[in-house]
Design a protein around this ligand. Sequence first.
Ligand code: GTP
Ligand code: MG
Length: 665
Amino acid sequence: MPRDHAQLVKSQSLGILAHVDAGKTSLSEALLHEAGVLEKVGSVDEGTTQTDSLALERQRGITIRAAVVAFSVKDVTVNLIDTPGHPDFIAEVNRSLAVLDGAVLVVSAVEGVQSQTIVLMRALRRLAIPTLIFVNKIDRAGADPDLVLNKIRQRLTPAVVPMGVTHAAGTRDASFVPFDRADERFVDFLVDTLSDHDESLLEAVVDERPGPMTPGALYANLAAQTRRGRVFPVFFGSAITGTGVGPLMAALPELLPAVRADSGEPASGLVFKVERERQGDKVAYVRMFSGAVHRRQRLPFGAGNEASVTSVKTFQPGGAVDSSSVVAGQIAKLSGLTGARVGDPVGTTLSRPTVDLFAPPTLDTAVAPCDPAQKAALHAALTQLAEQDPFINLRQDDSRQELFLSLYGEVQKEVIEQTLAADFGLRIEFRETTTICVERPTGSGSAVERLGGADNPFPATVGITVAPGAVGSGIDFRLAVDVSAIPLFVYKTVDAFREAMARYVAETLQQGLAGWQVTDCIVTMDDCAYTAPGTSASDFRKLTPLVLMDALRRAGTVVCEPIHRFHVEAPADTFSAVLRLLAQHRAMPEAPLMSDTWVSVRGSIPAAEVTGVQIQLPGRTHGEGVIELQFDRYDPVAGPAPTRRRSDKNPLNRKEYLLRVSGRI
Ligand SMILES: Nc1nc2c(ncn2[C@@H]2O[C@H](COP(=O)(O)OP(=O)(O)OP(=O)(O)O)[C@@H](O)[C@H]2O)c(=O)[nH]1
Ligand SMILES: [Mg+2]
């Protein structure tokens, strides 16, 4: 790309997010059509959309992988990322969120605010991603835009500004008419909502100063506050009939941020998706935050890797095209980065790290090939799938050589099974699906190993106390020793020592007393000593697990299982059968909502019981019952606690651990 052209490029990474089936893929298609990229709008139901391009997506009519397409609005190239809505694929949404400039949160005008809508809105707000809300499906019978707007105010955020009105909602003729900027109703909405977040506007209202309240000034204020993620404009429309899609598209460059190329800055980007092309070549999807990456450039990526970029494809209206470079704000497919993994930073300066915003997978399953001779092939295939989705956390059991995966649910399981069959010709079976538990300390426990102590082979002192932390706090590591006790000749700074110790602690706590990850605890290092020059970093690294597990043993732990919130809707006459089914599966239902024909029950249920309910629900409800699930929390297991087979590296057995770290076994 010529330099002067690169300077003109403005790009916007736009995520489309929603509960499953709200219409994200249909809306993506409608936007491409509106922008003139597509002559004919594809249909999810016919399997002809741009973004649902995998065979499995077309077959099932759901989105499984995030997909990128581009269109232009005014002077901005929008790189739209269509994400999956099914909770089994939430990890895919997590990866996309790390690269967004803005988002459109789609809410169905019929179903309204749904469980996943709330989860996604929480994540968007946590990252302060500027977001427009699009209330879709206003053409469908039962659509009630006003009710949905109220639900958005109650359940998502009160800071909303409706951008127009709807007519004939619930019919094929439904339409959206945007407000004129000077429309009194619109001005009232703007003043009301914006002044909640803007002191100077509030003062202008009180002092009756007209300047900041002209339609032009208010719209500029709306754009500024939307870009800060404080206020959420709400559009209405239908991805199928196309009404409301034009106004939404026009708002993208006006209300959401776009990034201008700055090829002079140091290159910094992030890998948010990895794909294998048909020939097996790896392609990394990279979003650039600053600077540029050129074809044939040596590019640093991940933790200390470097490779030559063999091709750069940027997203342009109409598809991904070969380019000489990718500049700040753009998304490109880069080839040549063998070994690149999702979440890898790219370039010379660090990019934003990916934050884990959602609960981890709750199912653990062993997977085996139907034909035992295909074990190595299965391992290779799953390694490729794990590159695309690191959350599946592929592990091989040390002794039995079995393969294990972490999963979100049944749909993801089926997708993995079908992908292995279609892309790798492998038939597999899942064995022993169990839920992934965590351990929390029940009390406080301390341990210390002293420098020169009879049983301590390492020239270092480490003293540690473990205590329970607040639920959801993770591992809180604290350093409570005098600076003079810290081996600065090894670690250089106190921060570097704290960081290294926190890492040793986190690694050790991946397996607690029962083999599960230990969480929600405060770990304090309260004793430390060394000899100079005798002590090395590896002494602290090897001694910490020994002391920490002793402290944990004294503290004691409780195994906690994942609990989901559920929402069952079923025909009213099946109510008692539904309640019996829930009771059989340890569910805790709350007071139901009954109408003449339907009953709606919410409550919580252990993740371990979910599959049982999912399998039996259709049979108990004339095939009409539906269940929606959402991870909620971990609760202590009642009765005997499940344990996980630990790897041999665990220091619970002191003698064996010492032999191992000294390299004698
Ligand atoms: N009547 C009507 N139907 C719609 C509209 N938008 C989507 N649909 C239908 O709703 C269903 C789901 O649409 P999708 O676009 O696949 O929804 P999605 O949000 O991408 O779904 P996932 O990616 O699986 O989460 C399809 O049958 C669409 O035809 C709309 O505005 N009006
Ligand atoms: Mg979709």
